[in-house]
Design a protein around this ligand. Structure first.
Ligand code: HEC
Ligand code: HEC
Length: 314
């Protein structure tokens, strides 16, 4: 067992880096000029077509299947595997009641982060290391995962690089990107941008949109619907969008534009970007309503985005 894990750790960590970030190194803090140059290099990559992901059965045929499937479990059953109430207290990495798949939605084959335009993981192995303005540094895939651990997962803890959890996630990302062009971007990653309404978001109007389109699943005050065994497991039937069991105030989803973009093409649940249900205006206002509700605070968030010129508009 020990040797097997050791061998798979080696394969997972030696996977070729996708973008050539030289002469810089992952982890290095860049000045504004260097950051612009690297961002330009990143943006000028060609874009390959969306890759339709395989299924669990395809993973089962893979030589690294045990580790990859554990990665799938961490992403899909996050609360049950690394949540704040799991039996083995050393595994309590995540700080809330969300799964990674609450936001990185499942596609047709039900694997985590495989839905087009829903923050998919399909090209992550090729998109990192990457310059990130939040830290003004070059961030590895593992560091990006931990960015979500500290924010999207409430006030969670970082997964150690050599943990089976992190190695499983990285092995899954490598599997997803098998057969893709390593030096290219991909269609359908992230969430699609749209032109913002030329006005401030309207929280009161957003509340009305919420009551009509979201309340049935996400409940009063967007507190979610708890599962019957919530007390023992911390699990929800429908995830909370606010409160201490949801993402904290420093998460990507806490940014108005990002949240509006996600909601517009993915909610109400079952929506996709080919046939959005909400108008741009409704998505913008309902995101503002959700983000006006209380949620946990992240200590130290004021240290993010040290260079004002690289700060996102929202
Ligand atoms: C509350 C929603 C939410 C949850 C839950 C969440 N994430 Fe994320 N994640 C985001 C958003 C939003 C982004 C994009 C942020 C941005 O563009 O700055 C993101 C980005 C990422 C990326 C980079 C993707 C890319 O295309 O560059 C990775 C990797 C990632 N998350 C991993 C995870 C993992 C692993 C978990 C579970 C431990 C997780 N996330 C849970 C919202 C979430
Ligand atoms: C039919 C039920 C349903 C409706 C209606 C619905 N959602 Fe969701 N929503 C879900 C489910 C289920 C998930 C988690 C997906 C998963 O776990 O696969 C989710 C996830 C989310 C997330 C990311 C995870 C989190 O907890 O923050 C946001 C944000 C969100 N929904 C906002 C909305 C908004 C805004 C509306 C109304 C416009 C809406 N949803 C309508 C079922 C629904």
């Amino acid at each position: 067992m020990k040797t097997v894990l050791f061998v798979s750790l080696l394969t997972a960590t030696t996977a070729a880096h996708a973008i050539d970030v030289s002469p810089y190194r992952p982890g290095q803090v860049l000045n504004a000029e260097q950051a612009k140059e690297l961002q330009q290099r990143y943006k000028s990559r060609e874009q390959q077509a969306w890759k339709t992901p395989g299924s669990v059965n395809d993973i089962k045929k893979h030589e690294n299947s045990e580790l990859i499937l554990y990665g799938v479990q961490v992403l899909d059953k996050t609360v049950a595997t690394i949540g704040p109430q799991v039996k083995d207290s050393s595994k309590r990495y995540s700080g809330n009641s969300l799964n990674c798949t609450s936001c990185h939605l499942q596609g047709d084959t039900q694997l985590p982060g495989t839905k087009y335009d829903a923050l998919p993981f399909t090209n992550v192995a090729n998109d990192y290391p990457q310059f990130r303005a939040r830290s003004m540094s070059i961030v590895t895939t593992a560091a990006r995962v931990n960015g979500c651990m500290l924010r999207s997962m409430g006030n969670g803890r970082e997964l150690p690089l050599d943990s089976k959890e992190m190695q499983g996630i990285l092995a899954y990302f490598d599997w997803l990107a098998e057969g893709t062009k390593k030096d290219q971007a991909m269609q359908g990653t992230g969430v699609p941008a749209f032109d913002l309404p030329d006005r401030k978001a309207d929280v009161a109007a957003g509340k009305k949109v919420y009551r009509l389109n979201c309340l049935a699943c996400h409940g009063e005050k967007a507190a979610g619907m708890k599962a019957p065994d919530y007390k023992e497991t911390g699990m929800y039937a429908f995830p909370p969008l606010a409160g201490n069991d949801s993402f904290n105030d420093d998460a990507g989803m806490s940014r108005l534009i990002k949240a509006a973009q996600f909601i517009r093409v993915n909610m109400p649940f079952g929506t996709n970007s080919k046939s959005p249900v909400l108008t741009v205006e409704q998505a913008y206002d309902v995101a503002a309503y959700v983000l006006s509700l209380p949620r946990s605070r992240r200590e130290g968030r004021e240290k993010d985005f040290p260079d004002a010129n690289f700060r996102p508009a929202d």
